[in-house]
Design a protein around this ligand. Structure first.
Ligand code: HEC
Ligand code: HEC
Ligand code: HEC
Length: 136
């Protein structure tokens, strides 16, 4: 087990009301409750936003998903500038059966690759379109 002292300081109510999380020396916060993952604002989304709940993913370490996190600084969102913030797909996205480093900057590929592929591998969690993007 990694030795971070996890402090659940972000109650659902604070999270929902969007209050900024604060960080102390050896404590780290994570949002509790379901949060909606949305397409970047400039995209006209075809599908509904996707609910994500940290608490149903605690079998995994933070770095499984926050793979660039140095375990010290603040965790940033997937769509942080320069990460998975591209809003169009590369023409040639897949090489040797995997998304290329360039193509994974397209936010949709990043989420589909991470979320859906893990659910497939683990044989748990939603893999169907409507399971993740409920019909409005
Ligand atoms: C494990 C959950 C998951 C599954 C299964 C999944 N998606 Fe997504 N998808 C996401 C997430 C997360 C995003 C990024 C947030 C967003 O844009 O809604 C996304 C984004 C998208 C987008 C770009 C945004 C938009 O609405 O235009 C499209 C299109 C899309 N998904 C279509 C699909 C289709 C079609 C399927 C089934 C073949 C599917 N998704 C299955 C999680 C999922
Ligand atoms: C299964 C994947 C997964 C795991 C494991 C995970 N997270 Fe997350 N986390 C996410 C996703 C997805 C988001 C939403 C990112 C977004 O909106 O772009 C998020 C968001 C966050 C945010 C808010 C970032 C922001 O600025 O929007 C924090 C803080 C965070 N996680 C902390 C943690 C900590 C601490 C752990 C380990 C205890 C952890 N997460 C484990 C997937 C995960
Ligand atoms: C490293 C593996 C892994 C990753 C990455 C992952 N999941 Fe999951 N997810 C799981 C497993 C395993 C379950 C089943 C948990 C259970 O049933 O207790 C699950 C369950 C779920 C569920 C159903 C339970 C609930 O919380 O409502 C949703 C929705 C979900 N995941 C969404 C996502 C989204 C969206 C992402 C990407 C942002 C994601 N997951 C990334 C492993 C993963």
């Amino acid at each position: 087990m990694f030795r971070l002292r996890i402090l659940i300081c972000c109650l659902l109510i604070l999270f929902v009301s969007g209050i900024t999380m604060t960080w102390a020396d050896d404590s780290v916060c994570f949002p509790v409750g379901s949060r909606d993952i949305k397409a970047p604002a400039s995209v006209e989304a075809k599908r509904s936003p996707v609910g994500f709940n940290h608490s149903t993913h605690f079998d995994f370490t933070c770095n499984e998903c926050h793979h660039k996190w140095d375990r010290k600084s603040q965790i940033t969102s997937c769509q942080t500038s320069g990460c998975h913030d591209q809003t169009t797909a590369e023409k040639k996205a897949i090489k040797d059966g995997e998304y290329t480093e360039e193509s994974i900057k397209y936010y949709m590929y990043a989420y589909h690759a991470q979320c859906r592929d893990c659910h497939k591998v683990e044989k748990a969690g939603p893999t169907g379109c409507v399971e993740c993007h409920p019909k409005n």
